[in-house]
Design a protein. Structure first.
Length: 663
């Protein structure tokens, strides 16, 4: 590092200002975070220290913990090579190529113990800026083949970080010394392909997490334990909601109980459509690939699409190859592309553009709100699919709004009402709004982006809702609003979104006739409330811990007979409940009552109605409430019906504040 750079290092600047505290890990310079090892720009107007408990410090603590872990691994297991080791939203990981085996639970404990030694040594982190040749020489001497490959992809300047004798090719940032890492825990081991490509070597990924204090770490570990209990994959099996089969990889089978919830979720969204003026459409699943060329999804999205071919096209391919065999890879690719004439749609927007363009439109037709539950298919790599939250076939509560630019703000406001109604109904009360603005690479003129971003921001302001700006994180075709929700145990999920799109209307040459009797281009708003129904199903299952509210529960009440002589009465009550539209199951088996109660509780049924002599004589049920966690005693049937009827609708159906998203 040059003398000039040293003079402007973050540490020195803070020391000159008397602002360097014992717990300072980094510095915020005009909104950007630098560690204390890195020079800061000359002429910076705002320079403020970041303490170890500051939110911006967490990623730095975790990145540094990853380095300490890699140091420990290479001390304990010589010959192990390192790949990537970043901080993540939940902690950190590092990928390793270990020549003599996999990492066991005992290995993780040994690595943690060695990490404690490194932390207690309180070795300072040191940043070095080197030439590409110097970095290459160092990495060659260490035989770090993955880092050597990564070096060739980096732009100058090249930086290294050291602590003690350990060194890594790294951009930072890092804490001042290893002694700042007071609370670290290794959590698991998994396989991971180098650079996420299954054609590359399989590496071992050790996951961990770190926090500024042991207390914060304990709280997180407690949350992880609770998350294990709520894991939708575990609950999905226990509650008989859904299953998977190797003949349909990453494609869920919804069992009868799960199908009930799935259909109720769709029905709920349909009720919102009726309330907010959407019209539902049904579109095909398979299209000529010309559609995806027009939309721009080919070739950029081709690797995530399922392609289809007819036997007729394959016969033509065979004939063409026999007559004139392709001479190189390019000719083979062209021949196959011609035979794979069809694509299975990965999203609904291109087909909605087709539907809009089938009819001449007037400004009087706008806004046009087009909703679609069409099934979508995307080829997700096997390494990223996970339960219901990342699947290959799914449906979205998808809709597209075609409107004028002047109508965008009102449509955004209406959508804000809609999503807040929905999230309150499902018990999500902590909703964070993020407005993602224009990326560096984008389509459309700046003045159009100015109008769109202003419309999004003004709509949120009009509802008096707090929001954050994510600079440069919008889609290439337009800015967007994202809705980030926290579940019952504090984990964030990004669910709903609304995006302004000027790209597809242009590519599909969509127009409407304006008041001036000339053609104008509509704005297209992409929006989803729940997002993927499959993913939302998984998130909701974990949010409620498998105890779905009465209006969503597969069975709202279970009738349990004390003995078989009361079965006739139970069947009569079951019929009355079903006639009133309630979902009911009756256990008329010869099992003892205790066993029946245990089984119903395992299925998390909201109400248990026990039937014995007293209930038959009094024409009622001995009711137990899951949510109140108590026996309610004898209740006449009419009161049971009233109770279920009251809880058989989402809260917003009877809430006078619905459509008032600032409440």
């Amino acid at each position: 590092m040059t003398n000039e750079a040293k003079a402007h290092g973050a540490r020195e600047v803070l020391e000159e200002r008397g602002a360097l505290g014992k717990d300072t890990v980094a510095v915020r310079v005009d909104g950007r975070v630098y560690d204390l090892h890195t020079p800061i720009p000359e002429g910076a107007s705002e320079v403020e220290p970041i303490g170890i408990h500051d939110a911006d410090a967490l990623a730095i603590i975790r990145h540094s913990s990853a380095h300490v872990m890699a140091d420990a691994v290479q001390r304990l297991f010589p010959g192990t090579k390192v790949a990537f080791g970043p901080a993540t939203d939940d902690g950190f990981y590092y990928d390793y190529a270990r020549p003599d085996g996999t990492f066991s639970e005992d290995d993780l404990r040994a690595i943690e113990e060695k990490m404690v030694e490194i932390v207690e040594a309180d070795s300072p982190f040191r940043r070095e800026v080197v030439s590409r040749d110097e970095a290459r020489t160092l990495l060659e001497s260490l035989d770090e083949r993955f880092k050597l490959e990564h070096l060739e992809r980096l732009d100058d300047p090249i930086s290294l970080y050291r602590h003690g004798d350990w060194v890594d090719l790294c951009e930072g940032p890092h804490v001042p010394s290893t002694g700042f890492l007071k609370a670290v825990k290794l959590t698991s081991v998994a396989g991971a392909y180098w650079r996420g490509d299954e054609r590359n070597p399989m590496l071992q990924r050790i996951y961990g997490t770190a926090f500024p204090s042991p207390k914060a770490l304990r709280a997180h570990l407690k949350q992880l334990e609770e998350a294990k209990k709520r894991d939708h994959r575990k609950l999905g099996k226990e509650l008989k909601l859904f299953a998977f089969h190797p003949h349909a990889p990453a494609s869920p089978f919804f069992l009868p109980r799960g199908s009930t919830i799935y259909n109720l979720l769709e029905g709920y969204v349909r009720s919102l459509y009726a309330r907010y003026g959407y019209e539902e459409v049904i579109t095909p699943q398979i299209f000529d690939n010309e559609l995806f060329h027009t939309s721009g999804h080919l070739p950029s999205y081709a690797e995530n699409m399922y392609m289809a071919a007819t036997s007729e096209n394959l016969e033509k391919l065979q004939k063409k190859v026999d007559e004139k065999p392709p001479q190189n890879a390019e000719e083979w690719t062209q021949a196959f592309n011609e035979s794979l004439r069809f694509g299975v749609k990965p999203m609904n927007c291109p087909s909605h553009c087709l539907m809009y363009g089938m009819t001449k439109r007037s400004y009087r037709d706008l806004p046009m709100r087009m909703a679609d539950f069409g099934r979508l298919h995307r080829f997700e790599r096997s390494g990223v699919v996970q339960g219901l939250t990342r699947v290959r076939t799914f449906a979205q509560d998808d809709a597209h709004i075609f409107c004028t630019l002047d109508q965008v703000q009102d449509e955004i406001k209406s959508f804000l009402d809609l999503v807040h109604d929905a999230y309150r109904d499902f018990g999500f009360t902590d909703v964070r709004i993020v407005i993602a603005t224009r990326p560096e690479k984008r389509l459309g003129a700046d003045e159009v982006w100015d109008q769109a971003e202003e419309a999004l921001e003004e709509a949120v302001k009009a509802k008096e809702l707090p929001y954050e700006i994510a600079e440069g994180e919008g889609a290439f075709y337009g800015p967007k609003i994202e809705f980030h929700l926290k579940d019952a145990i504090g984990r964030p999920w990004q669910l709903g979104t609304i995006q302004a799109d000027f790209n597809l209307p242009e590519r599909f040459d969509l127009t409407y006739v304006g008041e001036d009797n000339t053609a104008h281009r509509p704005v297209m708003l992409h929006r989803a409330i729940l997002g993927s129904i499959e993913r939302f199903f998984g998130v909701l299952t974990e949010h409620v811990g498998g105890s779905f509210p009465v209006w969503l529960a597969p069975e709202q009440i279970a009738l349990l007979t004390v003995s078989e002589k009361f079965n006739e009465y139970a069947q009569n009550v079951q019929q009355q409940l079903q006639e009133r539209g309630f979902r009911v199951t009756a256990d008329l088996s010869s099992d003892k009552l205790g066993a029946k109660i245990r089984q119903a509780r395992l299925m998390r049924i909201p109400y248990l109605g026990v039937i014995g002599q007293k209930e038959v004589e009094g024409q009622g049920l001995a009711l137990r409430s899951r949510d109140e966690n108590k026996d309610l005693g004898f209740i006449p049937l009419s009161d049971v019906f009233d109770r279920l009827a009251h809880e058989n609708h989402p809260p917003s159906a009877t809430d006078s504040t619905r459509g008032d998203s600032h409440r």
